[in-house]
Design a protein around this ligand. Sequence first.
Ligand code: NAD
Length: 390
Amino acid sequence: MKAAVVKETSPGERRVALVPDAITRLRPAGIDVLVESGAGDGAWLSDAVYADAGASIVSAAEIYRAADVILTVSRPSPAAVHELRAGQAVIGMLAPLAEPELAATLAAKGVTVISLDGLPRTLSRAQPMDALTSQSNVAGYKAALVAAGEFGRFFPLLITAAGTARPARVLVLGTGVAGLQAIGTARRLGAVVSGYDVRPSSREEVTSLGATFVELTSVGSAAGEGGYARELTAEERQAQQEELTGHIGRHDVVITTAQVPGRRPPLLVTEDAIKAMAPGSVIVDMGASALGGNVEGSRPGETVVTGNGVTIVGAENLAATVPTAASNAYSRNISALLLHLTSGGALAIDTSDEIQAGVVIAHDGKVVHEGVAALLQADEGGAGVDGPSD
Ligand code: NAD
């Protein structure tokens, strides 16, 4: 089986799906690796390093001609979608619930679509394949560094002959994978850190990192299914925003990471909360999206300074800005998944397997993932697309 690593084309995407050390781990399973020339450049991995590890360095045209499986980080470009042909498979973080039409288009071409974001994350044997976790970890780390970089003062307590600097007070809202890593990183930089989440189980994780857990009296538990949060009601949302405003105003730096699966990110930092912050304060919104983020007025990929001197960073794809670490981790995730899917030197699709049921989105000309198929059916544009197979 030939697995190919393509050069990512999304703006700012510096990660690569496979790093050279994966090549030797894939070979015993009968997997030869083709690498598009320049695929690793953004992560400082040259063609020569891939060739030394045993990969064949080829052109993009050769990849679409010869590969059985195409490995990517993010969604393929329209040009790549055009090139993909029946019998090929594409594996990446394809966000099919956000863009089900891509799965439908590829299914219609007979391309097998496999997405790491569908992995059942609580299954212990799936953990080595958990790219959402590995990339959130990298992004949470970078969010704390971005905040420290924008902040005009020190994070740690510093006592010098030129005076004493008090430590920065950092508040992390949403303490899942990214939030906990942001807390750990801000703590290592010496800040005094607090964390808040609607899942009460995160309290222990926050305090075990040496941070204080912020309790809100107006909002109870909003733990949802599968370890995720549920969406708050309108009343809960308003009560949460009002109570958080007081806490936010007492902090120098706020990092927000809150997400609810399948919903737009909840608004946690309102205009009133931003106005309550002192000039020089910094907010990093990891939830920033075109639909709006966790912070009022944040814009993905942009940094804005408010009239009262608060810098708001709309973080976008932070994992791609730590490309080597992110690629190393992603490469381990995608290799583990590829090995899980491979039998006798070929892909063996079997959606009765719990892992495959989560990640296989389209196969044999059909969208087989129930959630994605349901979205397509609900959408008028999805007319004509096959539903879930039985
Ligand atoms: P996520 O990216 O979906 O959300 C980030 C955080 O935002 C979550 O902690 C969520 O509770 C929080 N949040 C949502 N709405 C909020 C609101 N209104 N106010 C405050 N916080 C809000 O989450 P994630 O980082 O992917 O992790 C979600 C859960 O999955 C965690 O419990 C994590 O421990 C768990 N997890 C388990 C495994 C495993 O079992 N192997 C692997 C990965 C994650």
